[in-house]
Design a protein around this ligand. Structure first.
Ligand code: NAD
Length: 438
């Protein structure tokens, strides 16, 4: 089948490449000329494990193409996916749909035959209908249908998630539309991946409900972690104890500095806005947004408290800036709150991140950028772990102790054992875990 992917970011590039790996011919379109030029020259504009090889293989096989020319991409395509950004609109937290609607207008102008227009971007209930209206108004006689196919991939594991998803959700309302989607996902269909066909609005809401639920789970365990600190209980034992209950499940029960990233913050806010719009307030999600916002500031206070109540004139080494490991994505990362708060409290921050520093440099000022962990730690009064990159899980503690001017570690991801740290001679603070009893 022939596919056009409009928007070649984290979702569009991975989805387009994976569809080409499934055997379809895919043309990925983006408005950003540097992005398309880079891809045409074989370089990948984002960091996503395994993506470079997969892109190269499919380009070589003649199934994957990159262009800025939406007309050429849409002409003759069986399915056109909209995978453009839907950021938070400033002020009211609603999803900014201007990119989606602009793409719909451009697709309308370019269609030449029956086309299934599929929204892959995360969009509020009612957006699919509006996309349909925009295209119908521009092209009253065009042969097209609209479907919704929200994406559930996680950055850092995006290819695996796309190739082996827990389920595929398709909001499609005619047999013809369903047949196109079945054809696109045929390899998964054969593997018996559950493919859920729903109404368009249902598919749109499933995506937000899923993200809000996961954000709630994280926020729940974060608040339990705060309580654990007060009552001398280890939150990891509590998480295991509840997570083994099949009704709860162990995933997304890791206490930490609060969720961030390109999806949860904006999607929870957009869902709250949808609830308000339809007079069905989502008070749990509202609270989750609130608690999570506060948590990032609270983490900066935790670091200050660990430094005997003041960081004025002190140097803090920060390891990890991206919102999670295995990505270079800095959108809404907790580090964007924590680092400036430490600086405002008088600290000098020395930072290192394996993949995120290019983006981080655009978003954080006054940071001393370091080439690796040990350079960051050199002469610092404390070391703070914000993101749990694998390379931070097995640090040379002896070397670190020699480099730091104080043997103090604040681990916001609980990647070390308190006893091990104590044995290595560190004052060690983590999240929701009691200090070692002596
Ligand atoms: P992104 O910002 O990385 O990429 C969007 C791309 O679309 C940009 O490169 C931009 O230049 C391009 N674009 C915008 N308008 C265009 C147009 N008219 N024509 C061509 N290109 C255009 O965004 P992303 O992270 O890939 O997210 C895309 C959507 O997928 C969002 O709705 C997001 O919520 C959703 N989503 C993201 C993830 C994730 O992990 N990033 C996961 C699931 C769903």
């Amino acid at each position: 089948m022939r596919v056009a992917m409009i928007g070649t970011g984290y979702v569009g590039l991975v989805s387009g490449t994976c569809f080409s790996e499934f055997g379809h011919t895919v043309v990925c379109v983006d408005k950003n000329p540097e992005r398309i030029e880079a891809l045409q020259n074989g370089s990948i504009p984002i960091f996503e494990p395994g993506l470079e090889d997969l892109v190269a293989r499919n380009v070589k096989a003649g199934r994957l193409f990159f262009t800025q020319d939406i007309k050429a991409a849409v002409d003759g395509a069986d399915a056109v996916f909209i995978a453009v950004g839907t950021p938070s609109r400033r002020g009211d937290g609603e999803a900014d749909l201007s990119y989606v609607y602009a793409a719909a207008g451009e697709i309308a102008a370019a269609m030449t035959r029956y086309t299934l227009v599929v929204t892959k971007s995360t969009v509020p209930v009612g957006t699919g209908r509006e996309v349909e209206r925009i295209i119908r108004t521009a092209r009253p006689d065009a042969d097209f249908e609209v479907a919704s196919n929200p994406e559930f991939l996680r950055e850092g594991a995006a290819i695996e998630d796309f190739m082996r998803p827990d389920r595929v959700v398709c909001g499609a309302e005619s047999e013809r539309a369903r047949e196109v989607l079945r054809g696109l996902y045929r390899p998964l269909y054969i593997n018996e991946t559950p493919i859920l066909f729903t109404a368009i609005e249902t598919a749109e809401l499933i995506k937000y409900a899923a993200n809000a639920f996961l954000a709630t789970k994280i926020t729940f365990i974060n608040e339990i972690a705060d309580l654990c600190e007060k009552v001398n209980v280890n939150v990891q034992d509590v998480a295991r104890g509840i997570g083994l209950d099949g009704r709860i499940g162990g995933k997304f029960l890791h206490a930490g500095p609060g969720y961030g990233g390109s999806c949860f913050p904006k999607d929870t806010q957009a869902l709250v806005a949808t609830g308000r719009k339809y007079e069905a307030p989502l008070r749990i999600v509202e609270t989750v947004v609130d608690v999570n916002d506060r948590r990032k500031r609270q983490m900066a206070e935790k670091i200050v408290a660990a430094c005997s109540g003041s960081v004025r004139g002190k140097t803090i080494a920060v390891l990890g800036l991206t919102f999670k490991p295995e990505t270079d994505d800095m959108r809404d990362s907790p580090s964007l709150e924590i680092v400036p708060a430490l600086q405002a409290a008088g600290a000098t921050v020395r930072a290192y991140d394996p993949e995120g520093m290019g983006e981080a440099k655009k978003l954080l000022n006054g940071v001393v950028w370091c080439d690796d962990t040990y350079a960051a730690a050199s002469g610092a009064d404390a070391l703070v772990i914000i993101t749990e990159w694998n390379q931070f899980r097995a640090l040379d503690l002896g070397r670190l102790k020699g480099l730091l001017s104080q043997p103090l570690i604040v681990d916001l991801r609980n990647i070390y054992k308190p006893a091990e740290m104590q044995q290595a001679g560190f004052a060690y603070h983590s999240v929701g875990r009691p200090p070692v009893r002596t």
